[in-house]
Design a binder for this molecule. Structure first.
Ligand SMILES: Cc1ncc(COP(=O)(O)O)c(C=O)c1O
Length: 357
């Protein structure tokens, strides 16, 4: 009996890339594959997306970029939050990786850089206040970078902080701020994450940087993955390893946090926080067996969770439960567990076996 298995569906990934193209036609798509492809396996994800025609990839660090190169990815790769030092720039030049400049110290390192030409992007802070230079400095910074001999200013980017909420005024402010800062500066622009692709056409610009929607989760507060026709890429399953019939008033699991309200069957599924299933998932978090939802009951342990089998009374040992994926949207599980799909995907541990379809 296999323990926890995450099955990665490459056709679903390619379907979701096509949704990006539908929503924002004729733009460059740089897929966000940081954190090991949002926990799906960066090499597998990037290879499938590159074969489908994705233009390039966005990762967090030089290490992540090099892992993609070692996985055989030859398309352009940009690093989103890699501090730029002399050593880092030398490696980027050698492997053709695109740095994003977001700190003053990076400018000094770039000015001293003497390797093969680097195509760098400048990051502006348009109001999220995480990374980037103040937007009003755009003109002066562009002039500084253009004066560097081995650096080509390939474009200018910013990141949206609240695009998941279509009513949030910050996005309008950020778009206006970025636009104003770049008035008269003729260069490619990149703004949109998944929420920008879906809900903010004015953010589409030249280069899109979608992440979560490619994996089949909705970033929006007001629309589900089904509404957006996004297909789940990861299907996480684990077997029913034991079951018992209990009387009313019996406690379940550590801390006895849940009592059976009536005589009922309880199932034990072979996945726990040691696999990355969230320990803080409360009783009621959905789990699926066949077509039935069998709510989690009691505390999540390291290797097991317990479920209420009343909706699937005939579930047998060896049957596989779905923790998220086809038939159980990851966003529903994330909402029940008080987190987001991004975190559920990223926290799976090496104990989970990965299969690729
Ligand atoms: C700078 C930047 N661009 C794009 C993305 C992709 O965002 P999402 O996964 O919400 O589409 C991220 C992810 O956090 C990011 O930090």
């Amino acid at each position: 009996m296999e323990r926890a298995v995450a099955t990665i569906d490459r056709a679903a990934l390619v379907h979701n890339l096509a949704r990006v193209w539908d929503l924002a036609p004729a733009r460059e798509v740089f897929a966000a594959v940081k954190a090991d492809g949002y926990g799906h396996g960066a090499g597998v994800v990037a290879t499938a997306l590159a074969e489908a025609g994705c233009d390039g990839f966005a990762v967090s660090s030089l290490d992540e970029a090099l892992q993609l190169r070692w996985a055989g990815i030859t398309r352009p790769i940009m690093t989103l939050s890699q501090p730029l030092t002399a050593d880092v720039l030398a490696a980027m030049g050698e492997h053709g990786i695109t740095p994003v400049i977001f700190e003053r110290a990076h400018l000094a390192a770039l000015a001293d850089y003497r390797g093969p030409e680097l195509a760098a992007w400048l990051k502006l802070d348009s109001g999220m206040h995480r990374l980037g230079f103040p937007a009003y400095e755009a003109r002066a910074l562009t002039a500084d970078i253009k004066a560097m001999t081995q650096v080509r200013l390939a474009g200018c980017m910013t990141h949206l902080g609240c695009a998941d909420d279509p009513r949030d005024p910050l996005t309008h402010h950020q778009l206006a701020c970025f636009d104003e800062a770049l008035t008269g500066l003729d260069m490619p622009r990149s703004i949109a994450n998944s929420a920008g692709v879906i809900a903010w056409p004015a953010s589409h610009a030249d280069r899109l940087r979608p992440g979560i929607m490619l994996y089949g989760s909705s970033p929006m507060t007001d629309r589900t993955s089904a509404d957006l026709d996004l297909a789940p890429v990861m299907h996480l399953s684990a077997p029913l390893i034991s079951r018992r019939d209990l009387g009313a008033g019996e406690p379940i699991g550590y801390g006895a946090t849940w009592l059976t309200p009536e005589p009922m069957p309880i199932g034990v599924i072979g996945i726990g926080y040691g696999d990355g299933y969230p320990r803080h998932a409360p009783s009621g978090t959905p789990v699926a067996i066949g077509d039935a939802i069998v709510p989690l009951v009691g505390r999540v342990s390291m290797d097991m969770i317990t479920v209420d089998l009343r909706a699937a009374p005939h579930a047998a040992i060896g049957d596989r439960a779905t923790l998220w994926g086809r038939g159980l949207p990851v966003d529903d599980v994330a909402q029940a567990a008080g987190t987001i799909a991004y975190e559920l995907f990223c926290r799976l541990t090496p104990r989970v076996r990965f299969d690729v379809l």
